[in-house]
Design a protein around this ligand. Structure first.
Ligand SMILES: [Zn+2]
Length: 325
């Protein structure tokens, strides 16, 4: 239950004023991450009012605000989000459909029995396999997918058949669409996808279909680009330009040298870059990519070296105008 009743308007305004002078960013690295200490120093010691939770939403014991976990799941992507309104989301499931896999263990520890919003960025096994576990073991409210059919695999059809049989609401958003993840002040916008049916076995073509979303909350923003490569990056820069600017970047394609192009990075200008990567034979992450990311001033975190990383935004301050656009 919510033990902290909503603060009075006056008190909330006072808290907001303090917060606005400090950073609203709060980083809680799960493992080693030396440079985050400076940001942790900005966490104010104030009582935190919890956001009201909708009656039908999943309730967690997590801190209020937005909590994003870049999970260490080996070679693959899986990002879990606790939303300000008490709901939750999962972007990709990583490479294991095992009930003893890293994603399953994380969700078990979190006592997650329902996920409100699940995203499959694109139909490669290192992204969809874990979702086969999720749809088998956990109630899912809504599913966001592309219409890219990976003809080199059958697992994507298996997953989609599973979703259809369960009758889960499925959406195929297009670039430019806004997605609603419930009340609570969260913005979700789509920058890349393949909403029309297309078939391919070509890895690059499939990667460049990655359902790409930007999540904004308070004055923080996060861009999740799946396995986008330079083609998709160039498309997004041409169409959306400065709208791509984000504080946090989930680095494209596990740090592949064919992603994270200079022009894209100079448009996004991330402060923090999270690479989801494990043991692999592709040379991920490439030093050339890491160098380009660092060249725009971002700190780089790797799930293989640093473990699961958490990025949180306190839900304390009143909404503010986007800065530095
Ligand atoms: Zn991948």
């Amino acid at each position: 239950m919510n033990k902290n009743p909503p603060a009075s308007t006056a008190r909330k305004a006072a808290v907001s004023a303090v917060i606005l002078f400090l950073s609203v960013f709060r980083f809680s690295p799960a493992a080693s991450a030396q440079s985050l200490d400076q940001l942790n120093n900005s966490v104010p010691a104030v009582e935190i009012p919890l956001a009201p939770v909708p009656g039908n939403a999943t309730l967690y014991t997590a801190a209020p605000g937005l909590n994003v976990y870049f999970l260490s799941v080996g070679q693959g992507d899986s990002i879990y989000l606790e939303l300000p309104n008490g709901q939750n989301a999962l972007i990709d499931g990583g490479p294991s459909k095992s009930a003893t896999g890293a994603l399953a263990q994380f969700l078990s520890q979190k006592k997650v029995s329902k996920i409100d919003y699940v995203v499959l960025t694109h139909p490669h096994a290192d992204h969809y396999k874990g979702l086969q576990y999720v749809f088998s073991a956990i109630t899912v409210g809504n599913f966001y997918d592309t219409r890219m059919d990976n003809t080199a695999a059958t697992g994507d059809e298996a997953l989609r058949s599973q979703v259809k049989a369960l009758g889960v609401n499925t959406f195929y958003p297009a670039p430019g669409d806004d997605i609603s993840w419930g009340p609570g002040g969260l913005g979700v916008k789509v920058f890349n996808s393949c909403p029309e049916p297309v078939q391919s076995s070509d890895g690059s073509i499939i990667n460049n279909c990655s359902l790409t979303i930007k999540v904004t909350y308070q004055n923080a923003s996060m861009l999740f680009v799946g396995d986008d490569q330079s083609d998709a990056e160039a498309r997004m820069v041409a169409r959306f330009g400065a709208e791509l600017k984000s504080d946090v970047l989930k680095v494209g394609h596990h740090g592949s040298p064919y992603s994270s192009s200079q022009a894209f990075l100079e448009t996004v200008m991330p402060k923090k870059a999270f690479i989801e990567v494990g043991k692999n034979n592709y040379g991920h992450p490439a030093q050339s990519s890491i160098d380009r990311i660092k060249a725009v001033g971002a700190s780089v975190f790797r799930s293989d070296l640093d473990g699961t990383q958490e990025f949180s935004v306190d839900g304390l301050s009143e909404p503010v105008e986007p800065s530095e656009d």
